[in-house]
Design a protein around this ligand. Structure first.
Ligand SMILES: [Fe+2]
Ligand SMILES: [Fe+2]
Length: 189
C-alpha cells in the first residue's frame, strides 16, 4: 500500500516513517511491558491509508484502520489484539482530546508516531521551512511558532513514561536548534 508510484513519491517517505514508528514501538513495548508484536505491527500499519485518502490527509487514520482490519482478519490475527490495534490506528492523529476509554496500548500507537514526527529528519525538514528564503523578521516568527508547537507537543498526555521521555528528548533537540537560529536572526535585525 505504501510502495512508491510515479504519481505518489511521498509514499516511500511514509513507508520509511512507518518503519521508524515501528522501531519506536519496539522500544516502548519492551520498556513498558506492552504486547510488542501487536504494537510493532500496529505502527507499521498506522499510515497505510495514505494512498486511499488522496488530498484529504486528515482522513487517513480511518482508511488505515479499515485496511488494517481487513488485512489482520485475513491473516487470522487474534480478535482481541486486532480490536486494540485497529482502534489505536483509527485514533492515532488525536492530540489533546483523548477519549476517556482510550487504552495505554491505543495511545502508544499515536505516541510512537509522534516520536518520529519530532525526530531529526522531521526537525531538518521543519528547519528548512523555517528559514528558506525568509527575512530575519520572518525567521523569528516561524522559529518562535515552531518552539511553541514543540512545547505544546511535550505538554500532551502520553500513554507511557518511556514515550514521554523519547518525545521530550526529540523536542528539546529541536528547540535548541530553533533557539540557535533565532539568536542569529535576532543579531541580524
Ligand atoms: Fe498518520
Ligand atoms: Fe505517521
Amino acid at each position: 500500500m505504501l510502495g512508491p508510484t510515479p504519481d505518489r513519491g511521498d509514499l516511500l517517505y511514509r513507508y520509511e516513517h512507518s518503519l521508524r514508528a515501528a522501531e519506536n514501538a519496539a522500544v516502548v513495548a519492551e520498556a513498558e511491558g506492552l504486547p510488542k508484536d501487536d504494537l510493532i505491527i500496529a505502527c507499521l500499519l498506522h499510515d497505510v491509508g495514505y494512498r486511499e485518502c488522496r488530498d484529504d490527509f486528515r482522513r487517513h487514520p480511518f482508511f488505515s484502520a479499515d485496511i488494517s482490519k481487513s488485512y489482520l482478519e485475513k491473516i487470522g490475527y487474534p480478535p482481541e489484539a486486532l480490536r486494540e490495534m485497529v482502534k489505536g490506528i483509527a485514533l492515532h492523529n488525536l492530540t489533546d482530546d483523548l477519549p476517556k476509554d482510550m487504552t495505554v496500548f491505543q495511545i502508544s500507537v499515536r505516541d510512537c508516531d509522534d516520536i518520529d514526527r519530532f525526530d531529526m529528519i522531521r526537525t531538518a525538514m521543519l528547519l528548512g521551512d523555517c528559514v528558506n528564503e525568509k527575512t530575519n523578521q520572518e525567521i523569528i516568527a516561524s522559529c518562535s511558532q515552531a518552539i511553541d508547537s514543540a512545547n505544546w507537543i511535550m505538554s500532551l498526555p502520553r500513554g507511557t513514561r518511556t514515550a514521554q521521555d523519547m518525545i521530550n528528548e526529540n523536542c528539546r533537540k529541536r528547540i535548541a536548534l530553533l533557539q540557535d537560529i533565532l539568536a542569529q536572526a535576532n543579531k541580524g535585525l
